[in-house]
Design a protein around this ligand. Structure first.
Ligand code: KG4
Ligand code: ZN
Length: 348
């Protein structure tokens, strides 16, 4: 298999990221997280696009510098084209197209979700096909049955909020700031997960779909009823642990149920929420009990990053050859996953 050296760019949401990869080896992986959204409690699309515009040149320069390479030493470029915030995507896509034209390089368009789905291949012991992939991030919660780099089915996805969105919105209700996932994770370590009983939406539904907006509403209702003047400091850990337990239980139990049905031997858990310590612990415990292998990418590859985009692009180059990526005719698409998901697909 040829070893292409690639510069990959990722700007689908609020991280400006660039990486240089050679095959599956990461030569550099650089990113800037936009902190300007913190005071709004969520990503503001227009601010995100402007921030990408400011950061993209320094981030790309740094990625090349850390890899010890000049652009003229690259074989190809890669960029995330979908899904994501359209203004953010356009910054990365247009920048990459400009570079491709100037340096006469092939440019591989990459789907962000494929990046997360295959991020386990950046690890020293990658998963083996076929596997079940749970992609849990701020924008997506989806289960895929993955047969190869080129072939996979969407089994189910969230009907409303993504798991990371639920963490973020609940953290905002609790006054913990944005992004809320890491804050809830930390605070929950001191709390009792059984202190409050929150709903487990769609837990017993036969589909592989998820739903988290009701959980956020349940937390809001509880706060209004019991703590109209603000949550006392000493209650916060119990609230965090209980809300986290509800999200984690749904994710783990529904994924394991799908794994049984698909007779999966390996599960990959990827995306920002897969950094959650309780989720990792429960998956590991259950997997041990059931004799399954669970692959969690390292935290830097769980969160949005460009190395995973480079990895997917490398596989596409190996499959189709560099000449297939010279047209630059693709555009950027925000396409939410839900709109594209076909009715339930099967694993085998
Ligand atoms: O994959 P990612 O960086 O961006 C998207 O594609 O959305 O995921 C970001 C999401 C945020 O919602 C953040 O709160 C969540 O991942 N997250 C966590 C943790 N670290 C990040 N959620 C729970 N526990 C964590 N430790
Ligand atoms: Zn992501």
């Amino acid at each position: 298999m040829p070893q292409y050296t690639l510069l990959a760019i990722e700007t689908s949401c609020d991280e400006t990221a660039a990486a240089v990869v050679r095959g599956r080896e990461v030569l550099s992986n650089v990113l800037r997280s936009q902190l300007e959204h913190q005071r709004y409690g969520g990503v503001v699309p227009e601010l995100a696009a402007r921030a990408h515009l400011q950061s993209i040149i320094p981030i790309v320069r740094e990625a090349l510098q850390r890899a010890g390479l000049g652009i003229e030493q690259l074989d190809a470029l890669a960029v995330t084209t979908e899904p994501g915030l359209i203004g953010s995507l356009l910054v990365g896509v247009n920048f990459a197209k400009g570079l491709a034209l100037r340096w006469n390089l092939p440019l591989v368009p990459v789907n962000h979700l494929e990046g997360h789905m295959f991020s386990g291949f950046l690890e020293a012991e990658p998963p083996e096909f076929p596997f079940l992939a749970l992609v849990v991030s701020g924008g997506h919660t989806a289960l895929f049955w993955v047969r190869s780099f080129a072939e996979y089915s969407l089994l189910g996805s969230t009907r409303d909020d993504a798991a990371g969105e639920a963490f973020d919105k609940i953290a905002t209700l609790l006054g913990l700031g944005y992004p809320g996932g890491p804050a809830i994770d930390r605070c929950a370590m001191r709390g009792n997960p059984q202190a409050f009983s929150f709903p487990r939406p769609l837990l017993n539904d036969p589909s592989d779909d998820f739903s988290f907006s009701g959980l956020k509403s349940a937390v809001r209702a509880l706060l209004q009823r019991h703590y109209p003047n603000g949550v006392p400091e000493e209650v916060l850990p119990d609230l965090c642990a209980s809300a986290q337990a509800a999200i984690v239980e749904v994710l783990v139990r529904k994924t394991l149920r799908a794994a049984r049905r698909c007779r999966a031997r390996t599960i990959v858990v990827a995306g920002g929420v897969s950094a959650n310590s309780a989720l990792r612990r429960q998956f590991q415990q259950e997997a041990l009990r059931l004799g399954l292998r669970v692959v969690f990418p390292q935290t830097v590859y769980c969160l949005d990053n460009a190395a995973m985009i480079g990895l997917v692009a490398h596989e596409k180059l190996c499959q189709l050859g560099a000449e297939a990526f010279r047209t630059l005719s693709f555009t950027a698409r925000p396409t939410p996953l839900r709109a594209r998901s076909v009715a339930q697909q099967r694993c085998h």
